[in-house]
Design a protein around this ligand. Structure first.
Ligand code: RB5
Length: 146
């Protein structure tokens, strides 16, 4: 899969290890920054990645900030995006199996690199189950403002 990845200064400490994990598992990564500790505005990065997913230029997104919260809020403004903030492994699996989430958001001030890699591995190994979950996801997508 092709992953669009970005972070703000708060998420930067997690980016290298998670990009390495994606690449180790055979995924293609496009990095949309930021790449310095200088303070930046997370919506600029979230919306860039969300547009990549929405346009089909990326299959999935990975967004990192201090909490993972602002990135998800901003990314979900794109109609085709289902971005979730995850801090533990059960939600990582459910986000894929039930919600068919397409952007994973993590907070570098919330989880350390070990937990973040574990979450990403579970996200990558989990698949959408469809069925009744498809109907529910469809209702989410139909509710989006156009
Ligand atoms: C930046 O200080 C911080 O607000 C940002 O990384 C993120 O946590 C926002 O949700």
């Amino acid at each position: 899969m092709h992953y669009a990845v970005a972070c703000d200064h708060g998420g930067l400490p997690l980016k290298a290890v998670l990009v390495a994990e994606l690449e180790a598992q055979g995924h293609q990564v496009t990095d949309f920054g930021t790449n310095t500790p200088d303070s930046v505005d997370y919506p600029d990065y979230a919306i860039r990645v969300a547009r990549e997913v929405e346009a089909g230029r990326a299959d999935m997104g990975l967004l990192l900030c201090g909490t993972g919260l602002g990135m998800a809020l901003a990314a979900n403004r794109a109609a085709a995006v289902r971005a979730v903030t995850v801090s533990e492994s059960f939600s990582a699996r459910m986000a894929r199996e039930h919600n068919n989430a397409n952007i994973l958001c993590l907070g570098a001030r919330v989880v350390g690199s070990g937990v973040a890699v574990e979450i990403l591995r579970i996200w990558l190994s989990s698949e959408f189950q469809g069925g009744r979950h498809q109907r529910r996801v469809d209702k989410i997508m139909e509710a989006a403002d156009r």
